[in-house]
Design a protein around this ligand. Sequence first.
Ligand code: SF4
Length: 338
Amino acid sequence: MSARASILPVFVPHLGCPHDCVFCNQRRITGEPAPVDAKRLREILSALPADRRAEAPQLAFYGGSFTAIPEERQIELLEEARRAIDRGIVSSIRLSTRPDAVDAARLERLKDYGVDTVEIGAQSMDDEVLRLSGRGHTAEDVRRASGLVKSSGLKLVLQMMTGLPGDTEEKCLRTARELICLRPDGVRIYPTVIVRDTALFALWQRGLYREHTVEDAVRLCAKLLPLFEAAGVPVIRVGLNPTDELSGGAAVAGAYHPAFGELVRSRILLEKAELLLKNAEPGSRVVLGVRPALLSQMLGQKKQNLFALMEEFRLGDLRVEPNSSISGEIEILSIENH
Ligand code: SF4
């Protein structure tokens, strides 16, 4: 599964959700006030270029609990999507849903209509965190639903969050390890953002929830990503997709940054550089080589990684050069002691 697979998202905000989870306001997160219906979906699909099978995007129903939508309405949407597959204008379908709305019969129906991937909002594998977040399901529901998706032959993507009410770093690391054991084909990591008009916003205003800052989330995600990647589980998204609505004030506080994934990958490289430089003497002049595609991540926004390393190790000079012949992502090309 590629993070760059072309996806055409259509939104069904809160459709099928039995209630609102404390952090969630899909109308503000997606910027879509109303769920797509069959007529609107037909309009969206008919605006796509005709039969381009090789490049056809995957149609994604996001923002709600698809398999909990009343059956008739699911079928209306799936029928439109299926027709688009038959006409070669979309390649397949993916959708997101809740773990307690998954069973074998519903998965069979999805397969019949050309669904290829089911994304399950696990969010945490800690029952107390799930309870405090108003999720209305348990970690066991996530295990059961994931097993059903895997055994149905559909691809499984698991979504986890960090910084939820009652959450800790240890619980997030445990969640990541448990998700890996469920053998997903990909994961998404969404650090908690305090979104206007949510229960979490009210809790935060009353001092009953401590904000998960961008810095908290970057530090934690820089530990989570390597865990998944070492286990061969692709991380297909880190951080909420930036939207005008979120950037325009709906994200009131918490871990919202339009380039959050970049911040995390930049932090991972900073930590790798710190390990390489741990024996550098103060005043040393260092040249670090980095794979060309990673140069801007290594430097960090406004070269902050460079300045941080200079200061931390009291280096006399530090240069970072793109180098395609190094074996890893980053290595010391030369070091001259003062
Ligand atoms: S997090 Fe998922 S289940 Fe909860 S309200 Fe939002 S869309 Fe619905």
